[in-house]
Design a protein around this ligand. Structure first.
Ligand code: ZN
Length: 123
């Protein structure tokens, strides 16, 4: 393996520093660029904020501001290591998947409430 390739791999593996991460959060006003969750309105929201590599690091995505966006943990997880042609395409995918998950959750909760309503009351 040529040294340049090795150097490139090491550079790619380097994580974001705290300062680099905070700069991205600040630039994006602490708001998830996928779902819009606002990390400035509550500590709980802030706690789930992460920095997402639009082109995943594992796929050669660079540690450059234009490849980095603020993302809440759920959106980051949903996007995973998929590669998209653009941020807009990634966002469309994440929002569609969130909507599917929301419908599954709504159905699950409706069933739960149905069970509760059908259960004999204890009192
Ligand atoms: Zn989000």
């Amino acid at each position: 393996m040529p040294i340049s390739r090795l150097v490139q791999m090491i550079r790619r593996a380097k994580p974001l520093t705290l300062e680099e991460g905070l700069n991205i959060l600040k630039r994006d006003h602490y708001r998830c660029q996928y779902c819009g969750l606002d990390g400035s309105t509550s500590f709980e929201n802030y706690l789930v904020m992460t920095v997402d590599f639009v082109i995943p690091r594992a796929r050669g995505g660079k540690k450059e501001p234009r490849n980095l966006v603020t993302a809440c943990r759920p959106c980051n997880l949903i996007k995973g290591r998929r590669v998209f042609k653009s941020f807009e395409e990634a966002k469309a995918y994440v929002l569609q998947r969130r909507e599917e998950l929301r419908k599954e959750w709504e159905a699950r909760m409706a069933r739960l409430k149905g069970h509760k309503a059908a259960a004999p009351s204890a009192g």
